[in-house]
Design a protein around this ligand. Structure first.
Ligand code: C2E
Ligand code: MG
Ligand code: MG
Length: 762
């Protein structure tokens, strides 16, 4: 029985057993009810339990959901802030524009770029600030953007800044009109004013440079490291014949240079890549296939990183200059008249031949010195033009008579030099000399004239070590000898000549010191007037007392002094010394007419501009009686200086100086000179006096000269009188004066003075 029923029955009846039986049915029903209620309660409790568990579960779920949502919301907030921060701090301006152009949003960057706050511009038209010139462009741009959803477009235009200036903006616009969240055009604008300015400056500078480059006088080519032409300026067309666009993309060395330049060029290209800049000349190939010359200034072309990426070549056309240079070079080495090699080229070839011998790789050769005999006469009688023609013809004949390997040069005037290669002996060289003389022996047809041109040749063999000058000097010495022996001869340089040549060299060296060391003296040789038999004059003759060689006669050193120019100081000394001596004599031996002294004058002195002034000075300084100084000169002196001789002689005559023509009969003996120049005396050379007493022809010659001189109003002095017979004969022929060993050899001044005192009446 149910515990509660038991309790209730106990409380009421004292015990269950005391329950009236009539109630037993009822108690049983209540008991059942109790039991049923208990069962229900248990059932309910169970279901309550279940429900509460479910509620708890739902709650936890809910809390989880809430927490999650909170987290999501927080993330969302953070990301929105993040994007806002991005947009608000972006240096680019982010703008949202309504389809009609109204600005809905501007990011704060607008203020930095255009000076307006976003608030000032939101609601205005996006076109409001556009530069009038750019406005239509901006409109078109937005129209284009509006027509294509989603697409990205770019555009650059100028927009007004709040300060009134303009800013260049670069826009990138995206059409998001269809996007529900944006529903507008998103524009990203960037301030590119600075960049635009730089670009403009760059463009201007590029234009400037391009203008410079295109108008440059020089051709300009830029190539890559493989010599592919990247750029050529218009000037290049004038140089190569190609238009710039024809060259771009082609290989420089293939188009613009002859094949044989390529090897050298590739070396140069290599140097360029190593950073070397250089200037050089090279031959160029033109479009028409002709070859020219260019000067290239090639510089490595660097990129911004400083790496060599090619070559910048500045090109100057120098074909003309090269041609001139070649002509000049030819002119410098060739004789303008005959076209033969000149002295310089000859010496150069001679040097090479000697060098070959020196290096043991050469064969002996010979140097020939050839001089035309009496060429001056042709010039004088037939004119210079004929003379020139003759020289050309002679040059041509010489060339024809020689082997191709030999060199014939015009050395100067009527002198030719010849270099004979492979001549083993003097005999070989002599054969050639004979052949040359033979070739010249036939008459030359020059203009309307037939001219004979005989020559003399000096030969020097070169087998060992000699200097070029020495070889020439030797040949010249041999030529000298040949000339002395007579016409159309040749002579081979030998040991004896060698000794003479050496002596000459020595003389040349020592002569420089002779004046300083007081080694030169004047000797005087008396001249007797034949009508009275008295000494009336002296000829001053130079002597050199050489410390080693003793007394050297003037014939041995005057020519050397002439060649070296030393004759000028030497001659000056002679004039001064002779004048001093003469003045002394005029004071110590006063005579009527006064004594006179003759001084010999060489060509070089006669040509010297200071001569007149110097003589005038000497006359004044020594207070000489006018007319007592005599200058002797030979015809050759006058010939060499024909053009100025007249005026020079006139100036000398104005000083009261007598002019005596020395050595008459030995040189050209051109009577024309006697007439042309203001001579006073003819000195008959001793060659004609010597033996005249036995040789009728000589006597006749002397007689003829005396007669001629008379006619021309000239006096005659006979030189080299050695015998009384000669003296008598000369007196008979009417010769005015005589000079010679018979009377006295040249003697020192003190002895000369004694001669005057003794004066034996010749
Ligand atoms: P020259 O002017 O014809 O001088 C005459 C030469 O004949 C002198 O020779 C003289 O010594 C020589 N002589 C004179 N009488 C006789 C003679 O009877 N028989 C022989 N065999 N010879 C005689 P020197 O002194 O040797 O002079 C030679 C030449 O040197 C001169 O020839 C002259 O042309 C030149 N000379 C001399 N002194 C000077 C000078 O001061 N200046 C220049 N420029 N030349 C000079
Ligand atoms: Mg003389
Ligand atoms: Mg003489």
């Amino acid at each position: 029985m149910h515990r509660l029923l038991v309790e209730q029955l106990t409380r009421r009846f004292g015990s269950v057993a005391d329950v009236p039986p009539e109630l037993c049915g009822f108690v049983e029903a209540v008991n059942r009810a109790y039991q049923e209620a208990d069962a229900d309660r248990a059932r309910l409790a169970r279901s309550m339990e279940h429900a509460s568990q479910e509620v708890e579960e739902r709650y936890r779920e809910l809390r989880r959901e809430v927490a999650e949502r909170a987290r999501a919301e927080e993330a969302l907030t953070r990301s929105a802030e993040y994007f806002r921060a991005l947009i608000e701090h972006a240096s680019d301006i982010i703008t949202v524009v309504e389809p009609d152009g109204t600005v809905r949003y501007h990011s704060p960057a607008i203020e930095r770029v255009l000076g307006y706050t976003p608030a000032q511009l939101v609601g205005t038209s996006v076109f409001a600030g556009a530069h009038p010139d750019d406005l239509s462009g901006v409109r078109e741009f937005f129209q284009r953007v509006g027509e294509s959803s989603g697409a990205v477009h770019s555009f650059t235009y100028r927009n007004r800044h709040r300060d009134g200036g303009w800013r260049v903006l670069e826009l990138t616009a995206t059409n998001l009109i269809d996007s529900p969240t944006v529903a507008g055009v998103v524009v990203n604008s960037r301030d590119v004013t600075e960049r635009a300015r730089t670009e403009e400056a760059l463009r201007e500078s590029e234009i400037r440079f391009r203008t410079v480059v295109e108008t440059l006088g020089e051709g300009l080519i830029i190539t890559d490291p493989h010599d592919v032409i990247l750029y050529a300026n218009p000037r290049v067309e004038e140089i190569y014949g190609y238009r710039p666009e024809e060259l771009v993309g082609r290989l420089g060395y293939e188009v613009l240079m002859p094949a044989d330049e390529v090897a050298v060029f590739s070396e140069r290209m290599q140097r360029r890549l190593e950073g070397v800049s250089e200037r050089y000349e090279m031959r160029s190939l033109r479009k028409d296939g002709t070859i020219g010359w260019t000067e290239l200034h090639a510089t490595p072309f660097l990129n911004a990183a400083g790496e060599v990426v090619g070559t910048l070549g500045a090109i100057t056309e120098i074909s003309e200059r090269k041609r001139t240079e070649e002509q000049l070079a030819y002119g410098a080495l060739h004789d303008a008249l005959t076209g033969l090699p000149n002295r310089a080229l000859f010496i150069n070839r001679l040097e090479h031949a000697l060098e070959r011998i020196h290096r043991g790789r050469g064969t002996p050769f010979a140097v020939l010195f050839l001089d035309l005999d009496r060429f001056k006469l042709v010039n004088d009688s037939l004119g210079h033009a004929t003379g020139d023609e003759l020289l050309c013809a002679v040059g041509a004949r010489l060339e024809q008579s020689l082997d191709p390997g030999d060199t014939v040069s015009r050395f100067g005037g009527d002198e030719f030099t010849i270099l004979l290669e492979n001549v083993a002996s003097a005999v070989d060289a002599s054969h050639v000399a004979e052949r040359l003389l033979q070739a010249l022996s036939a008459p030359f047809k020059v203009g309307a004239h037939e001219v004979f041109a005989s020559a003399s040749i000096g030969i020097a063999l070169c087998a060992g070590e000699v200097q070029p000058e020495e070889a020439l000097r030797n040949a010249d010495a041999a030529l000298h000898r040949a000339k002395l022996r007579g016409k159309a001869r040749y002579e081979v340089f030998d040991r004896e000549m060698h000794a003479a040549a050496m002596l000459r060299l020595q003389i040349e060296t020592d002569l420089r010191g002779a004046l300083i060391h007081d080694e030169v003296k004047l000797f005087y040789q008396p001249i007797v007037l034949l009508t009275t038999g008295r000494i009336v004059a002296f000829e001053a003759l130079l002597r050199w007392e050489h410390p080693r060689f003793g007394m050297i006669p003037p014939g041995d050193f005057v020519p050397v002094a002439e060649e070296t120019g030393l004759i000028l100081p030497l001659g000056r000394w002679v004039v001064n010394e002779a004048c001093r001596q003469l003045a002394r004599w005029q004071r110590s031996m006063p005579r009527q007419p006064p004594l006179s002294v003759s001084v010999n004058l060489s060509a070089r002195q006669f040509m010297h501009a200071g001569l007149v002034a110097q003589i005038s000075r000497a006359l004044i300084d020594n207070e000489l009686v006018p007319g007592s100084l005599v200058l002797e000169m030979t015809e050759s002196v006058l010939i060499e200086k024909e053009d100025t001789a007249s005026s020079m002689l006139a100036s000398l005559k104005e000083l009261g100086i007598e002019i005596h023509l020395d050595d008459f009969g030995t040189g050209y003996a051109s009577l024309a000179y006697l007439r042309r120049y203001p001579m006073d005396v003819v000195k008959i050379d001793r060659e004609f006096v010597d033996g005249m007493e036995h040789d009728a022809r000589k006597a006749q010659f002397v007689a003829a000269i005396i007669a001629l001189a008379r006619k021309l109003g000239l006096r005659v002095v006979a030189e080299g009188v050695e015998s009384r017979e000669q003296l008598a004969l000369l007196r008979e022929l009417g010769c005015d004066s005589a000079q010679g060993y018979l009377i006295s050899p040249p003697v020192p001044a003190d002895q000369a003075e004694r001669l005057v005192h003794d004066d034996p009446h010749w």
